[in-house]
Design a protein. Structure first.
Length: 337
């Protein structure tokens, strides 16, 4: 639902209600406070219109109108542009959904731009309203709480991804054919998460130097904790990428090993079959020899000299035995029997 909210904070207290963004910015400068303008689920035309009214540099507006896959920080004189990537993890589909919060910063102004209903600024608003001392630090207070909420929100995402990685590790040594697809899909989601988190430590370091407290000449209190948490998140995401890479390699190795084992088993079966074929063929040849001799003498031609000789019958039997014995010896020597 499209909504534009404007609030003015002076000395830690909220003043003025129902102000339009331009009037809020003017009142903040006059009273020495700062204005927070929240553009919620607005289109590009509305972003550009309000930004021009508030004096945001055109180059910063142009940067905000294009989608980003990474957290970025750009400075334009007294103004700065920050894009943060809060993430949500859907455990059912094992997908990481990265949204975007664009922030324009100026000495007496902060503008937040959100385009997703998954981003709820009420927690940010409540935390600021309950800490007047924090609000006295100006726009840096809003930026600090926003950065803290974004980096803290990564914890649930990382825990969800890590739980799925543990499940994948249990699947690796099973016979589930879908585990490689699961690894690949989760790896793609972690890469998207890395795009959002890897630049974050550097973004927060540069942002912290920009948000130097004017009175104390130091970074806003707690900024070092936020930057340290961002560094931890970035390192943990990189560790997950390496774990998934290793899991994919291990799975490929196990698949190849199983294929090799199946090929070895198939080779053994083929060898056994060949042995049986050789034995059957050998006995068939041995049996064919006497059959061949008997078939020749069974042709009953009239003029066969051996038929009239007394040694003809013993010769035929001897020839059968001799051929069979010879073939048996040959096959036995060649280890076919």
């Amino acid at each position: 639902m499209t909504n534009v909210e404007a609030a003015v904070y002076v000395d830690g207290s909220r003043i003025g209600d129902g102000l339009v963004p331009r009037d809020a910015a003017v009142l903040a400068r006059e009273r020495g406070g700062f204005a927070w303008v929240a553009l919620i689920d607005v289109d590009d035309a509305q972003i550009e219109s309000h930004a021009v009214e508030l004096g945001v540099p055109p180059i910063a507006v142009k940067e905000a109108l294009r989608p980003h896959q990474r957290s970025i920080f750009e400075r334009y004189g007294d103004h700065a542009f920050v894009a943060l990537q809060p993430a949500h993890y859907d455990d059912a589909s094992e997908t990481v959904r990265c949204d975007e919060i664009d922030v324009f910063l100026a000495p007496h102004l902060i503008v937040t731009v959100t385009r997703s209903d998954r981003i709820d600024l009420s927690e940010l608003q409540g935390r600021l309203d309950s800490h007047p001392d924090l609000l006295r630090r100006g726009p840096a207070s809003v930026m600090w709480v926003l950065a803290e909420l974004v980096t803290t929100g990564y914890r649930a995402v990382l825990d969800g991804v890590e739980n799925d990685i543990d499940e994948i590790e249990d699947q690796l040594f099973g016979d589930d054919p879908g585990v490689s697809r699961r690894i690949f899909d989760l790896q793609r989601e972690v890469i998207d998460l890395a795009h959002a988190t890897t630049p974050l430590p550097d973004v927060l370091t540069r942002l912290g130097s920009t948000l130097t407290d004017a009175a104390a000449g130091a970074e806003p209190a707690g900024w070092d904790d936020v930057r340290g948490r961002a560094q931890y998140v970035a390192e943990r995401v990189q560790s997950m990428r390496h774990t998934l890479d290793d899991a994919l390699t291990i799975h490929a190795t196990l698949v190849n090993q199983r294929l090799d084992e199946k090929m070895a088993d198939l080779t053994v079966v083929q060898v056994r079959q060949n042995e049986q074929v050789k034995k059957i063929s050998s006995w068939a040849a041995i049996g064919f020899a006497p059959t061949f001799v008997a078939s020749v003498y069974g042709m009953n031609f009239r003029f066969m000299p051996e038929l009239d000789q007394p040694w003809g019958y013993p010769m035929a039997l001897g020839l059968m035995v001799l051929l069979s014995a010879g073939l048996y010896g040959i096959f036995k020597r060649n280890d076919w029997l």
